[in-house]
Design a protein around this ligand. Structure first.
Ligand SMILES: [Zn+2]
Ligand SMILES: [Zn+2]
Length: 851
């Protein structure tokens, strides 16, 4: 064994081990190797990204799971990679170009895409480097990228197959359009917000009468594109107007009054305007009544030529003018304040404009039905299960998925438009001619696919699909998906749909959803709030192991974790204690050469007890890992090391003259192996100190469940007497150094053991005991007469201090004005302090009484 350095300084060894693991190729999976399979894919982070606390939590849990499976002998594959992140990456490069006054249109498609690749080569590796630095035990030889030639091939195959099966279609629908990014967005790519807006009530004159119909709208500029107004057939107020028309103000167009359930007689005037080109519900109504589409807002959110005098204006400027003009004409009945639900582009925060356009869609209903059936049949299990209800609800109400994006960075849609017959040819490779009329005048669709389309294929595209590779056969379906719950619909549900449809089986057997990392006030961490913690900073400051341990201790399945510096300090103390334990052990077994592989014969009371604890813990921890209860794994092992190993086992071992070195080394090696999946760096470092000739701890066997229990009676005897002595000392508030005298009565059947362990007991409890035979076990301690008065004086002094401290706090509580201005956590802390002083005061008084 080599002596560990005096001080635990994690940053002195963490980067080196991270590097060594990669160089040694320790985590490369061998598809031909035997053993049960454990496979898992990383949720691919965006190439534009850098590591945040959410990743840190996610990767820590995944890494712990992968390391545990590997150590217990499973054929373990944890596959890494990144996502090309269509819109995000394109925007980063566009912003750079804008600094030089260049737009992507200046460059043209091909050159622009080449620029993005250049950017990716130069900067896109940052998150990968960070994953390497935090020690992710992934198989780097299988690193994947969603836009690589291999994965792009899978994307084309998936698109064409789904198209052949009638699961992809082209359709004209209302989409969320971002006028800034110039692309359609899925519902999931928009943010919903309630803002204070207005509800404008506008009068439409009914032709051939002197009546008006009043409609209310939050977007008055869209009235320019109205092609009808609707009333409800059952509404008695308008019975006489069936078949009439109204004159559309400002535009002077005659439009029909239609009868449609879109108009609710219970709501307002019971009349609604119908703008099929700019509202999804109106679009449906328009289809029912065969209404014209008048598009008055274009892709730049500017008014079109159809908007008459307002053509060319920005939509919000047009809104102002329309309202002013209506007012002039006396057609604005009233304006009332109104909370408006708006959608913004998730990327650039521009207000989304609903526009009708032609896009590609995935028909999700039949795919979702297969997913529901798979979950219901237990082929995929959610952990925690309380996600089922939300998931089912969403899947049952799923809308078709708009997969085309008007971007350049991404997988270009494998569809060719014919200039002659206007039909579309979908093909796996560039066709020579139109498959309908044979014309050579064909051009490829200019759109690319939604980034999430390629991520939906990730669990099988990364394993070689559509080829039936060895990897695919061995590692698909993957064992588990570990992710935060916030991307369940974006990604998890879509992988399930695609996996079942294309790869013929569910993509994973289990989905473990963990929570989000929140700040101390339980707020979500975000750059705009300024409450983010950079994981790399705290890794540097506290060590990666401490960060990992603090996250694992705090994470419960599906529940969020509130993150504070205190958590980190505590976790660092833990790693530090592990270090110091190793130093103590070195002092005992300094010249030992190797770690015993098998459990040695437990020669002493503490060995029998601690080996039992090891064997119990191995069984418990295996079951906790299997159930993804990572916080309980961490708590269990914390307890085993801190309370059992350090406070009892190691304390006793230090006192044994005839120490069993093998037992101590073996126990410590179990501690290191138990903890390795949680704190891989410090355990690897100490493993090599304990056994400099050995290999990596990451490939050593995890303590196996099923070991035997030994008779722990002698150890229980030691613990009960020592605890009794310590309790007496604490109750009496006596100095630790003060040696107490007393007697220990012990039943006849235990007296031999008590005699044997008496020196240990006396040292641990700092007592001198007279051993006697008795009916029951009984410990009697006395305070030496000479110490009584000194003790009394000390206790009385403390009583006085405590009384003053409590009075001081009470005075602060009495001052309500000042108290109100203090933050809640300060007031809470004060209350807690008072409670602690009160408890100590009660103890002190009890001790004085006993004297
Ligand atoms: Zn946008
Ligand atoms: Zn054709």
């Amino acid at each position: 064994m080599q002596q560990p350095d005096k001080v635990y300084e994690p940053r002195r060894f963490e980067p080196a081990w991270a590097q060594w693991w990669i160089e040694q190729n320790l985590f490369r999976a061998d598809a031909n190797a035997p053993g049960p399979v454990f496979s898992m894919v990383i949720p691919p982070p965006n190439v534009t990204g850098s590591l945040h606390m959410g990743h840190m939590l996610d990767h820590t849990i995944m890494d712990a799971a992968a390391r545990w499976h590997r150590m217990r002998g499973d054929n373990t594959l944890w596959l890494p990679g990144t996502d090309h992140a269509g819109i995000a990456t394109q925007m980063v490069v566009e912003r750079r170009l804008a600094e030089d006054g260049v737009t992507r249109h200046d460059l043209g498609r091909e050159k622009f895409v080449e620029r993005v690749w250049e950017w990716k080569r130069q900067y896109g590796g940052r998150i990968v480097e960070q994953m390497k630095a935090i020690g992710d035990s992934v198989d780097w030889t299988r690193e994947a990228f969603t836009l690589s030639p291999e994965l792009s091939g899978a994307v084309i195959e998936a698109f064409v197959t789904l198209h052949e099966r009638g699961l992809i279609y082209r359709g004209t629908y209302m989409v969320n359009w971002c006028p800034r990014c110039h692309t359609a967005l899925s519902d999931l790519e928009t943010i919903h917000e309630d803002i204070e807006g207005s509800l404008w009530h506008i009068r439409y004159p009914v032709n051939g009468t002197d009546r008006f119909l009043t409609v209310a709208t939050t977007r008055p500029e869209t009235m320019l594109g109205d092609t009808a107004v609707a009333i409800n057939a059952r509404d008695p107020r308008y019975k006489d107007l069936h078949g009439h028309t109204v004159r559309l103000p400002l535009m002077n167009r005659e439009i029909p009054i239609i009868l449609d359930d879109l108009a609710d007689p219970e709501f307002g005037s019971g009349v609604v305007k119908v703008t099929p080109a700019h509202d999804p519900n109106d679009l449906e109504a328009g289809k029912r009544h065969n209404l014209a589409h008048v598009k008055v807002i274009d892709e730049n959110a500017q008014m079109t030529g159809e908007a008459g005098p307002y053509a060319g204006l920005d939509r919000f400027e047009a809104r102002k003018r329309v309202v002013a003009d209506l007012e002039k004409l006396g057609l604005l009945e009233k304006v009332v304040p109104y909370t408006v639900a708006i959608s913004k582009c998730d990327r650039c925060k521009t207000i989304v404009e609903p526009l009708v356009s032609t896009q590609w869609f995935v028909r999700t209903k039949p795919l979702a039905e297969n997913v529901l059936a798979a979950v219901e049949a237990g082929r995929i299990r959610f952990v925690p299960e309380n996600w089922n209800a939300t998931f089912f609800n969403w899947m049952r109400n799923i809308r078709d998925w708009c997969i085309s994006r008007q971007l350049w960075w991404g997988h270009r849609i494998p569809a060719w438009h014919c200039a002659v017959c206007h039909e579309i040819t979908v093909a796996r490779s560039t066709p020579e001619a139109c498959s309908h009329c044979g014309s050579h005048d064909i051009t490829q669709d200019s759109d690319v696919l939604d980034t999430w389309f390629s991520s939906a294929l990730w669990p099988f595209s990364t394993l070689g699909w559509p080829d039936q590779t060895v990897d695919l056969k061995k590692y698909y379906p993957t064992s588990v998906l570990i992710t935060a719950y916030d991307i369940i619909f974006f990604w998890v549900a879509r992988m399930m749909m695609m996996g079942i449809e294309l790869a013929g089986d569910v993509p994973f057997r289990e989905v473990h959803m963990h929570g989000l990392v929140r700040d101390k006030d339980k707020k979500k961490m975000s750059k705009t709030r300024g409450n983010t913690i950079d994981p790399l900073d705290i890794n540097e400051k506290y060590g990666t192991d401490a960060v990992r341990m603090s996250l694992l201790m705090g994470t419960g399945a599906g529940t969020d974790i509130t993150y504070t510096e205190e958590r980190l300090t505590t976790a660092r103390n833990f790693a530090n204690k592990l270090w110091n334990a190793a130093r103590l052990i070195f002092m005992t077994v300094g010249d030992a050469q190797a770690i015993p592989v098998e459990q040695p014969f437990p020669g002493t009371a503490e060995d029998r007890w601690f080996f039992t604890r090891i064997n119990q813990t191995a069984t418990l921890v295996a079951s906790l890992f299997e159930q993804h209860r990572y916080n309980e794994v961490a708590q269990e092992l914390w307890h085993l090391f801190w309370d059992d190993f350090c406070d009892w086992y190691l304390e006793i071992k230090k006192l044994r003259v005839e120490g069993n070195r093998d037992a101590l080394l073996y126990s410590f090696s179990c501690i290191l192996r138990f903890l390795h999946p949680l704190v891989p760096f410090v355990t690897e470092e100490l493993w090599h100190r304990v056994d400099p000739a050995g290999g990596s701890i990451a490939l050593s066997p995890y303590p196996a469940p099923g070991g035997r229990g030994y008779d722990g009676g002698d150890m229980e005897l030691i613990q009960s007497v020592v605890t009794g002595g310590r309790t007496y000392r604490a109750d009496q508030k006596l100095d630790k150094k003060l040696r107490l005298k007393g007697s220990f009565e012990c039943p006849a059947d235990r007296i031999e053991a008590a005699g044997r362990e008496l020196p240990i007991i006396e040292k641990l409890a700092n007592v001198s005991l007279q051993l006697k035979a008795g009916e029951v076990q009984r410990l009697v301690l006395q305070l030496p007469e000479a110490d009584k008065s000194a003790t009394r004086a000390r206790l009385e002094k403390r009583r006085e201090e405590l009384t003053k401290l409590i009075a001081g706090i009470d005075a602060q509580f009495a001052d309500e004005a000042t108290l109100k201005r203090k933050p809640e956590h300060v007031v809470n802390a004060l209350g807690q302090k008072r409670a602690a002083y009160m408890a100590e005061l009660a103890q002190t008084e009890a001790a004085l009484d006993a004297l």
